[in-house]
Write a protein that binds this ligand. Structure first.
Ligand code: HEM
Length: 155
């Protein structure tokens, strides 16, 4: 396994940490228990960290993906019969992917700066839960697009 392959695998694996963080935090936001606030903060902390690492590793992998040589995945896709896999699907993945840390940073701010209000304030919890759901949907879409593009032309 060469370095770009390893980087791409690590990048995909980080996405699963983001999804794991979602489970605990979302359940507590919807139906908070006694230990809830800490669990929400842990879940949102894991999701935010994973989102930042995902985009950082993705941008790093992008250097190899778009290398100006005929063997790079981008060159292979653009020269082949399905250039739209790069022009539409990868471009879409790249952009939706970068929204995820932005959404997570807002959720992070809410649950850490207003953590003491979470227990009593249901609308605040619902707002945070909505942001987590949005991040989840975008992560799933980006995940699927990443796997599809990798299957067409892997790093
Ligand atoms: C929520 C954010 C993201 C998620 C969940 C995600 C997920 C994935 C997954 C699952 C793969 C397939 C890995 C494999 O099978 O080995 C992948 C590949 C890749 N991702 Fe991401 N990604 C995200 C954001 C980004 C961003 C912002 C970029 C920057 C441009 C990026 C660049 C790449 C590249 C270059 C590949 C390799 C494509 C190939 O091998 O042809 N990703 N991504």
């Amino acid at each position: 396994m060469n370095f770009p392959e390893l980087l791409s695998s690590v990048h995909g694996t980080i996405a699963t940490f983001l999804l794991m963080g979602f489970t605990g935090a979302f359940a507590e936001l919807v139906e908070i228990t006694h230990a809830g606030v800490k669990r929400i903060q842990w879940g949102v902390g894991v999701m935010t960290t994973a989102a930042i690492l995902l985009v950082s590793s993705g941008l790093w992998a992008y250097i190899f993906y778009r290398a100006p040589i005929p063997e790079s995945p981008r060159s292979i896709l653009k020269a082949g019969p399905t250039p739209w896999v790069h022009e539409v699907l990868f471009e879409l993945k790249e952009h939706i992917g970068t929204y995820v840390p932005a959404v997570m940073l807002v959720a992070f701010y809410l649950v850490f700066v207003h953590g003491s209000e979470l227990q009593q304030n249901r609308p605040l919890r619902m707002l945070a839960a909505g942001l987590l759901l949005l991040a989840l949907v975008w992560t799933f879409m980006t995940f699927g697009l990443g796997v599809y593009v990798t299957k067409q032309a892997a790093l």
